[in-house]
Design a protein around this ligand. Structure first.
Ligand SMILES: [Cu+2]
Length: 137
């Protein structure tokens, strides 16, 4: 029982060789995937900046379209008055004053249409200061 026949040894040697080849193949695959992983990482780390202005009483643009998972930041410039970019859905509340530019990241982990509005009482057109961030799947 303890002695393997020559035939068994050949099989065992063959299996060992096979497992070495398979693990070598796996290592090669892992190397490949980590290379493509690096490429993906560098692509993701390229953040897109969307310039937006807040004026009395409009955000321009007031519809922002992004892809789910995309790294996006909004560069918001105040033209006249005091406003804010506020979205409870996106957990953002960023005030901006005239002549000021503020930059903030937009969370894009969930797809959907998310409303944002001005939360600073800024005059008669305050209620019109609304917009949407559309995050596409
Ligand atoms: Cu306002």
């Amino acid at each position: 029982m303890m002695h393997a026949s020559k035939f068994d040894r050949k099989i065992i040697t063959g299996l060992l060789l096979l497992s070495v080849l398979i693990s070598a193949g796996c290592v090669a695959k892992e190397t490949n995937s980590s290379v493509s992983g690096d490429k993906t990482t560098s692509a993701i780390s390229e953040k897109r900046t969307i310039a937006m202005s807040a004026d009395t009483w409009v955000f321009t643009p007031n519809v922002v379209r992004v892809k789910k998972g995309e790294q996006v930041q909004i560069e918001l410039t105040g033209v006249r008055g005091k406003h804010s970019f506020t979205s409870t859905d996106l957990a953002l509340n960023v005030p901006v004053e005239a002549g000021q530019t503020v930059t903030f990241d937009v969370p894009t982990d969930k797809a959907g249409t998310f409303e944002f509005r001005c939360r600073v009482p800024c005059g008669p057109g305050h209620q019109d200061m609304v917009g949407q961030v559309v995050i596409e799947e």
